[in-house]
Design a protein around this ligand. Structure first.
Ligand code: FMN
Length: 330
């Protein structure tokens, strides 16, 4: 019997395979199914800070058009704002409570945020509902010209949330920072329990028939794991918190690579949309088979074995130029 257990965010996972935040985790029935198929933990679909605010605004606009309601109740604005937010939050809180009653695996809540505004009080309610941890998808948009210092904004959000909750907080970031290595190390020392590397950004495309901008691929491809594997391998020896690899986990081989690089967990989404949640079983069997072939009986025996410090040729992870590689190609 293979021991696939892994500690992630201080939580004991039966295996490192976490179903990432997505519509795959929006109901208790789906979460139960994922647990049955072998998931080590689930991250719930995010509550979006802006989505909550937008919905409140839409209802408010409707009410304003209906002058009867609006004129009769001068406090409609306050009421609707609060009411809509509360409805959304209540549904989310209920999902956490119900999921916690039905499954044994950790249930990680998720908030997609861009500021440290009023949403941070949601975090406390999420904690009270019984979530095992909270993942913040801090989606600072690289096209934003107003924010001058993304790193400072990240830290301000983190500090505010950490002042609200005691449950472990993970932060999912994209890889668009000016000095990524420094940012990752600093964040790992900020008091958070884990980092999820990386979020997959929305990708646009251009349709050459209509000559219009269109939405790009929704799902990642199987070679997209390389970015997170590289940064996890480079920094896992130095980071002060757990690391989860995210984006491009489409096979058992990729999971093994990420664990070898030093990841404590991997998050999978696209591959489950494309192959169905049953694919979890195949992924886990593949990891066990490889462990057997290599003579490993536990994950700990090979976690981080190919990290930057431990590999014989660490320059592979550091190199940014192709020069040497191309030197031998005619
Ligand atoms: C359909 C879909 C919905 C998603 N919804 C969320 C979400 O609500 N919150 C979030 O943090 N990430 C969300 N993600 C991003 C995933 O959690 C994950 O970080 C990303 O897809 C990369 O992993 P993958 O390569 O396994 O798909 C979503 C991804 C997909 C494809």
């Amino acid at each position: 019997m293979m021991d696939l257990t892994s500690k992630y965010l201080g939580l004991n996972l039966k295996n490192p395979l976490v179903v990432g935040s997505s519509s795959l985790t929006t109901s208790v029935a789906e979460i139960k199914k994922l647990e049955k198929l072998g998931a080590g933990a689930v991250v719930l679909k995010s509550i979006f800070e802006e989505e909550i605010l937008n919905d409140a605004q839409n209802q408010l606009n409707e009410a304003k058009e209906n002058s009867f309601i609006y004129d009769s109740y001068s406090e409609t604005l306050d009421y609707l704002d609060l009411h809509v937010k509360e409805e959304r939050l209540n549904a989310y809180i209920q999902l956490i409570k119900n999921a916690k009653k039905e499954v044994l695996i950790p249930v990680i809540a998720s908030i997609n945020c861009v500021s440290n505004a009023e949403w941070t009080s949601f975090a406390k309610k999420i904690e009270q509902a019984g979530a095992d941890a909270l993942e913040l998808n801090i989606s600072l948009n690289p096209t934003d010209l107003v924010i001058r210092d993304f790193e400072q904004t990240l830290k301000a959000i983190i500090q505010k949330v950490l002042s609200e909750v005691k449950i472990p907080v993970a932060v999912k970031i994209n890889n668009g920072f000016t000095h990524l290595a420094r940012t990752i190390l600093d964040l790992s020392e900020s008091g958070i329990a884990g980092l999820v590397l990386f979020n997959r950004a929305y990708t646009p495309d251009i349709d050459i028939q209509s000559m219009e901008a269109v939405q790009g691929r929704s799902f990642s491809t199987s070679d997209a794991y390389i970015e997170s594997m590289r940064w996890i391998a480079l920094l896992s020896d130095q980071t002060k918190c757990s690391l989860a690899a995210s984006t491009g986990i489409h096979s058992s081989e990729t999971i093994i690579k990420q664990i070898l690089a030093g990841a404590d967990a991997v998050q999978v989404v696209s591959a489950l949309y494309q192959n169905g949640p049953e694919f979890l079983v195949e992924l886990l069997i593949g990891v066990e088979k490889w462990m057997e072939e290599k003579g490993f009986s536990s994950l700990e025996q090979f976690k981080g074995k190919a990290s930057h410090k431990k590999v014989g040729n660490p320059a592979v992870f550091e190199r940014i130029q192709f020069m040497k590689h191309f030197a031998g190609i005619n």
